[in-house]
Design a binder for this molecule. Structure first.
Ligand code: LLP
Length: 433
């Protein structure tokens, strides 16, 4: 059985998540429901910090809240000593509403608006990760107008292909993100900073992609970054004290995905950074990492109620559930793969291979192609695993479906952290009569 963290099967064959029966959660909160194993999230946050703490380096682990942004998860990050990475005024607003210290927030984005930059400036964020020349000028003028100085990192596109799905790779050279490392743009930006006294350059940032299973991509990125730090030191007399290597560690969506423990990956990254910098006679900078998926994905399970069924003899059987691409667009967008079970009949053997369809008016609204299951009946509860990252955060109201509720469970107790949208919520933005 494919279970993560504190999920078990009870003697009656029911799925139990962190001590609470999935069927009880569905009864109490309705479906679709995203259930998070809170201890698993906390464990992943600690797994990032532990090897960095042990390394003796100055460090920060900033949870990439784009993976799942909510007040509750920001609070967990805060409690576990993590920083936060935000990419919009909305994510920043959520982090601040959770009481996260702005001095532990990093702001990203390839086209931050003036309003977003101002919000960040007023809040007093730790670092703005400046993505391009336009932002360099804009942020400087906004900061200067307020008589402030801000700490910045420059986002660099290091040209590393982390062997990942083309659509979710952000670090290759052909990318909309960051200053190109190979055409003198970084040097040019650094030179420009001499005329931008409100911006204090502290370091560079790179993010090489998603679902990364080995340290090699980080090793190449660290080498290229160290090379650039050395060049800036030698040619521009600039000393940088922070290195942000982004996020991207992979998780086990399916049983075929083989992942190294986070601790081992992070230790490997620490070693490779140390080696790259010491080889050039430089001190290892403060190391920042920005994990999103690997912190929350495996902790999330979506519970759906099974409804209709369509059997096409000799072709395929579709089993439809009460959610779909509105709460999980990842198959439609990336061809993502998931595992699932019937949560109320976990001990029964698989009897058929079916495909799980959503309820939206769109043929591409599929959750899983070809999953072996016991015979699914209307009213069964389907659990889809590893839906904790980029599901709720990418949810939509297509067909005016309500976004699901989200609960955190821990030690046999559940708490609602995001309520289900109501029909009235769905018309709350409509104006006029
Ligand atoms: N830092 C930066 C600058 C990023 O662009 C990202 C993700 C992260 C950190 C966090 O990466 P993670 O540890 O979660 O892999 N919607 C896609 C994923 C897009 C990732 C975008 N950037 C998906 O559903 O797979």
């Amino acid at each position: 059985m494919f279970l993560h963290g504190n999920s078990r099967i009870d003697p009656t064959g029911q799925l139990v998540i962190a001590g609470v029966r999935a069927s009880d959660l569905a009864e109490r909160y309705g479906t679709p429901l995203i259930v998070y194993d809170e201890e698993l999230i906390r464990g992943r946050m600690r797994a990032y910090r532990q090897p960095l703490e042990a390394s003796g380096l100055a460090y920060a682990v900033a949870y990439a809240s784009k993976a799942f942004s909510s007040i509750a998860v920001c609070r967990l990050a805060k409690e576990e000593g993590l920083w936060l990475d935000v990419v919009s005024a909305g994510e920043l607003h959520t982090a601040l509403a959770a009481g996260v210290d702005p001095a532990r927030i990093v702001m990203h984005g390839n086209n931050k608006t003036e309003e977003e930059l101002l919000y960040g400036l007023r809040a007093g964020l730790a670092y703005f990760v400046v993505d391009n020349f336009h932002e360099l000028g804009l942020l400087h003028s906004l900061a200067a107008a307020q008589g402030r100085e801000v700490d910045i990192l420059l986002r660099v596109s290091p040209g590393v292909d982390a062997h990942t799905h083309e659509f979710i790779t952000t670090g290759k050279q052909d990318s909309k993100f960051g200053f190109d490392l190979f055409s003198g743009q970084v040097e040019q930006a650094v030179a420009l900073l001499k005329d931008h006294p409100a911006l204090n350059l502290r370091g560079l940032h790179s993010h090489i992609g998603s679902q990364i299973f080995d340290v090699e991509g980080f090793r190449v990125a660290a080498e290229r970054m160290a090379e650039m730090y050395a060049r800036l030191r030698d040619e521009a007399g600039v000393t940088l004290s922070v290195l942000n290597l982004g996020g991207g560690l992979g998780i086990r969506y399916t049983r075929e995905d083989m992942v190294a423990p986070i601790e081992a990956m992070v230790s490997g990254i620490v070693d490779t950074v140390r080696t790259s910098f010491s080889a050039r006679g430089m001190e290892t900078p403060m190391l920042m990492l920005e994990p999103g998926r690997s912190v929350v994905a495996e902790a999330g399970t979506t519970l759906y109620r099974v409804g209709s069924r369509k059997e096409i003899p000799g072709v395929r059987t579709y089993v439809a559930v009460d959610g779909g691409m509105t709460d999980n667009p990842r198959l439609a967008l990336y061809g993502a793969r998931y595992e699932a079970s019937i949560a109320n009949r976990m001990a029964e053997p698989d009897e058929e291979t079916v495909s799980i369809a959503g309820k939206c008016c769109e043929s591409g609204d599929m959750l899983i192609w070809d999953v072996p299951l016991p015979k699914a009946r209307a009213g069964d509860l389907l659990a889809v695993y590893c839906t904790g990252a980029y599901n709720y955060s990418m949810a939509s109201n297509y067909n005016r479906l309500a976004r699901p509720a989200v609960v955190f469970v821990r030690d046999g107790a559940a708490r609602l952290v995001l309520r289900r949208e109501t029909l009235d919520d769905l018309v709350r933005l409509d104006v006029g009569d």
